[in-house]
Design a binder for this molecule. Structure first.
Ligand code: GLC
Length: 739
């Protein structure tokens, strides 16, 4: 009687692996994109629109699990063949906006809501959060990522992962690692020092692994110092597992890497989306002795560990009906705290509903909820600013409204013609900014205040063009100048709203506006969030998660970042196939990128070498109220110090504040940045006159720098300064600490 094949349980994984054929092992590691495996586990019928699946092996009770994007919400098809209902998912604020809240509890709450949609739509792992460092403002995927600072990015990632995984579903923190540009992303070699790696580009991943144990991690497409991230044993076994204690599964990015055997040997056990070639590669590599059976079995066991944790394995009866209304409220709450008030001269804001608003800017009427590519979400709706203002009870100037109503129709027609013909990786054509001078002149008489929204949207597969995306366009400047002139002449104020996925150039035009706020890409409730900040029902409490410099050329990475232009196609990944596994070309910033700035990324550079080049510092953000800080105390506690600061609301409206604790090190044993963020805390909502005491914990280990000679972390003895700052350029309270 043939031995009954063992049926997978959490306790018999070893036996199941032992009972598997080579084909079945290969099938478990290679995604469902491969149809070669003759098991009946091919899962086209998974969740339509999901990015990938794994193969089932019914003989052994191994189900297929489903993987779907993305960092701003679950991305699956909203409609299905023959299904009455729709499958929309909540479009949450982008990663950069979540980081701008500086509120890890709130981000965890977003994770709980997002993870519930993963669970209820029958998905097992969501392919997020995206955590790569904002090395340069032109990177096309910065919107999916959190910050220039690894502590802020790591804490946000940990909060998001914990929130999502509290639903019993998995995450895939990405892209591990050093994926800081999109140009030629499949072949670009990131060349950087061990210290920059450890202190900046790996530190965010390390914090999240240690704090939140993501079920999976997705390796990046690029090389790191000549070795493919997905083929590096040092990265995936030595560091990730042996040093940081990661216990999950590592998967490739979609089509990432080359040498399947090397990937599995290195500790990248899942090959997504999978192909017949990859499936056959594994079988051939084992038969030819290029892949040790022990490596294969170890990888299969890890994937089965993941499978037995999944809702699919547990037979969870998902509803296909998550509470999108409740999640929209969470989306709104997160967006409300992510708006950054950049300027508010002579009380331009908050505006009252009694004031008639002249609403300019095509983006006011076509709001941008999120970015493009895999980080997109099929949302049930997007509230634009026009609707948000109306719902909030604002009056708008009907002359301006009438103009945009017809103008936007014409532009929609023109854009659809163009977009209908462009492949996914071409930037969407957006409505061109209009400069209706008569309408502007008339509204300067009939309206009380002007709001102008400028928008920027970009995404995966390409970086931003300095002239078309980073600096303001001619027409945008014309519009702002004309409105500013007309309204200021009539003694009326102008407010600029930036609905952007990443930093834009601000210094040249900021004086034309009385108030400026950045609402990033706030998700489906965008217009309601901005209207609530504009009328003061929400007091903005966001803080910049990156530095905004006075000009792009001041960026420390500018000399080593690709500059795309019309004549240079923006995405070499489609053109620069490799000859075999060696580099077909070696062009600066395209085939390789020198991270010459080392650890001096963002404020670490600007506060140390060029504070005058900063337009708005990391951690900056205004409020409608003011806060006073006092009684800073530092006392030894456990593995470091507890720092307490009393925060009092000294203004006349309720508000939240953020205390950012930076540390200045002696810097005698090696060069150190002027100061580095080591802890942060956001207050609860404080009523006027109300005080609270925030506690920030700094660990001794977090003060260490990577000593390249010794090849280890080292904490320098000497006198440190603990600085309680309102932003990277503004210490408010100081205490000395001797180590
Ligand atoms: C894409 C992205 C990755 C995404 C994956 C699946 O190429 O780089 O972030 O999760 O493929 O869509």
């Amino acid at each position: 009687m043939a031995l009954q094949a063992p049926q997978l349980t959490p306790d018999n994984i070893r036996d199941v692996v032992a009972a598997m054929t080579l084909e079945e092992k290969a099938a478990v590691l290679v995604g469902g994109g491969s149809k070669a495996f003759n098991g009946i586990g091919n899962t086209d019928k998974g969740v339509p629109g999901a990015a990938g699946t794994t193969h089932a092996v019914p003989r052994l009770g191994i189900p297929s699990i489903v993987l779907a994007d993305g960092p701003a919400g679950l991305r699956i098809n909203p409609n299905r063949e023959g299904a009455e209902q729709t499958f929309y998912c909540t479009g949450f604020p982008i990663g950069t906006m979540l980081a701008s809240t500086w509120n890890t509890e709130l981000v965890e709450e977003v994770g709980r809501a997002m993870g519930n949609e993963v669970l209820e739509y029958g998905v097992d792992v969501i392919l997020g959060p995206g955590v790569n460092i904002h090395r340069n403002p032109l990177c096309g995927r910065n919107f999916e990522y959190y910050s220039e600072d690894p502590l802020l990015a790591g804490e946000m990632a940990a909060a998001m992962i914990s929130g999502i995984q509290s639903n019993g579903v998995g995450t895939s923190m990405k892209h591990f690692a050093v994926n800081s540009q999109e140009l030629n992303r499949l072949h670009n070699d990131a060349r950087l020092s061990e210290r920059a790696l450890r202190e900046i580009y790996l530190r965010n991943f390390e914090i999240a692994v240690r704090k939140a144990q993501p079920w999976t991690i997705m390796t990046s497409y690029n090389y790191i110092n000549g070795v493919h991230a997905s083929e590096s044993p040092d990265l995936l076994t030595g560091l990730l597992r042996d040093e940081w204690g990661f216990q999950g599964v590592v998967m490739t990015d979609w089509g990432g890497g080359y040498d399947t055997a090397a990937q599995i040997h290195a500790g990248n056990e899942m090959i997504q989306p999978g192909s017949d070639r990859r499936y056959q590669d594994i079988i051939d590599a084992v038969n030819e002795g290029r892949l040790a059976l022990a490596d294969l079995d170890r990888s299969v066991a890890r994937v089965l560990e993941l499978v037995v944790k999944s809702p699919k394995f547990k037979g969870y009866a998902y509803s296909d009906a998550p509470d999108l209304t409740a999640h929209a409220a969470v989306c709104r709450k997160a967006a409300d705290e992510g708006v950054v008030l950049m300027k508010n001269r002579s009380g331009a804001l908050p505006a009252s509903h009694a004031e008639k608003i002249a609403l300019f800017g095509v983006t006011s009427y076509q709001f941008i909820a999120g970015g493009t590519g895999s980080g997109n979400v099929h949302r049930p709706y997007v509230v634009d600013l026009r609707q948000g203002l109306a719902d909030a009870g604002f009056l708008v100037d009907m002359g301006v409204d009438a103009f945009y109503a017809s103008y936007m129709e014409d532009e929609a027609f023109r854009c659809n013609l163009i977009n209908g013909k462009s492949p996914w990786y071409i930037d969407r054509e957006r409505p061109l900014e209009a400069v209706p001078s008569e309408v502007i002149a008339a509204s300067a008489r009939t309206a009380d205040k002007a709001f102008i929204t400028f928008g920027r949207v970009f995404g995966e597969g390409k970086d931003r063009d300095l002239h078309y995306s980073y600096v303001l366009q001619e027409r945008e400047l014309e519009l702002l100048t004309a409105v500013s002139k007309a309204f200021h002449k009539a003694g009326k104020k102008v407010v600029v709203i930036l609905n952007i996925g990443g930093v834009v150039d601000m210094a040249p035009w900021q004086d034309l506006a009385d108030a400026i706020l950045i609402c990033w890409q706030p998700g489906e409730e965008g217009g309601n969030t901005v209207a609530a900040v504009l009328d003061g029902s929400v007091n903005p409490s966001g803080r910049l998660p990156m530095t905004i410099s006075k000009a792009y050329e001041y960026e420390p990475s500018a000399p080593n970042f690709p500059r795309i232009s019309a004549d240079k196609p923006f995405n070499y990944s489609f053109y620069r196939r490799l000859a075999g596994n060696k580099k077909a070309y070696d062009i600066k910033d395209i085939d390789y990128t020198d991270y010459e700035e080392g650890i001096y990324v963002g404020y670490r550079y600007f506060q140390t070498f060029a504070p005058r080049h900063v337009a708005y510092p990391f951690g900056y953000g205004l409020s409608y109220t003011s806060f006073k800080w006092g009684k800073m105390k530092v006392r030894e506690a456990g593995d470091g110090w507890d720092v307490t600061v009393q925060v009092t609301n000294a203004g006349d409206v309720p508000g939240k504040d953020v205390v950012e604790l930076f540390v200045h090190a002696p810097g005698k044993d090696m060069d150190k940045p002027e100061r580095e963020l080591k802890a942060f805390a956001k207050t609860p909502l404080l009523a006027p006159g109300e005080a609270c005491t925030v506690t920030l914990h700094v660990t001794r280990d977090s003060l260490a720098s990577w000593d390249e000679e010794a090849g280890t972390w080292a904490v320098e003895p000497g006198r440190y300064r603990f600085l309680a700052c309102s932003d990277a350029a503004t210490p408010v309270l100081r205490r000395r600490v001797r180590l």
